[in-house]
Design a protein around this ligand. Structure first.
Ligand SMILES: CC(C)(COP(=O)(O)OP(=O)(O)OC[C@H]1O[C@@H](n2cnc3c(N)ncnc32)[C@H](O)[C@@H]1OP(=O)(O)O)[C@@H](O)C(=O)NCCC(=O)NCCS
Length: 219
């Protein structure tokens, strides 16, 4: 079975602050339908590895009949790429409208949580083939966007660290420039005085001894 459909009523306990069904509850239903579809296909425990391309088209009202359909779009080695559509409507009218759609990927795992191969699924009807192509295009685009975001974050981190390094270099250069300027102002040989100047800053007795006679010396 490559698809499953769950049907139930939207209970009052699922209400959000606007009086309709909470978006997080809809995501939970999507995950449950995807899980049932994947586990039934793989015939072993499966975990969610990715959820994307979620679109909330319209709200679901409390008391509505809800239908959540999960359809296997294509399989990889261990992954099952599933398209989920949520429909809902008033029981009295009997009409259901698409409210949410989403792509969700499950991976079959063993008892240690290690991914395991699954049977390949071959879409056979034109509708199934179109669904597989659409799901693949969405998931490829989403993974490419994720890879681009990761690369640009790494680039930004590299640029920030280069900026910090050059700021540190610049401040070292300024410190040397200040020392050199101080030496030039005192008229002493910079090669000898720069290290000495640093030493003097650290040793007040030497600073006192080296001071020019009469200048700031205690009588
Ligand atoms: C699922 C899990 C076992 C996979 O680990 P892994 O085998 O090292 O991961 P891999 O990179 O080899 O990917 C495994 C499959 O997931 C697919 N996958 C991984 N990231 C994906 C993504 N962002 N989008 C779509 N598919 C993805 C890979 O393409 C691969 O598919 P394939 O075997 O058909 O080629 C591991 O990621 C995990 O435990 N995740 C946490 C699951 C979880 O806690 N879910 C929530 C509660 S159920």
């Amino acid at each position: 079975m490559a698809s499953i459909t769950m049907r139930f009523l939207a209970e009052p306990s699922t209400v959000n602050f606007g009086g309709k069904v909470h978006g997080g509850t809809v995501m939970k239903w999507i995950d449950e339908a995807g899980y049932a579809c994947a586990t039934h296909w793989a015939k072993r425990y499966c975990v969610t590895v990715f959820i994307g391309s979620v679109r909330f088209h319209r709200p679901i009202m409390i008391g509505d009949l809800v239908e959540v359909e999960a359809h296997l779009a294509y399989t990889g080695n261990s992954s099952m790429n599933i398209s989920v559509e949520v429909r809902s409507g008033d029981l009295k009218s009997g009409e259901l409208h698409k409210t949410t759609e989403c792509l969700i990927v499950f991976v079959a795992v063993d008892a240690d949580g290690k991914s395991m191969p699954v049977d390949a699924y071959s879409p056979s009807t034109p509708g199934e083939m179109a669904l597989a192509a659409r799901a693949k295009a969405h998931l490829d685009a989403s993974r490419a966007a994720g890879a681009r975001a990761a690369a640009s974050e790494a680039h930004a981190r590299g640029a920030a660290s280069a900026a910090i390094t050059s700021a540190i270099d610049a401040s070292s250069i300024s410190a040397v420039a200040l020392d050199t300027a101080a030496v030039a102002a005192s008229g002493r040989d910079e090669h000898h005085v720069v290290p000495e100047a640093a030493h003097l800053r650290a040793d007040p007795d030497v600073a006192e001894r080296d001071r020019e006679p009469g200048v700031g010396r205690k009588p």
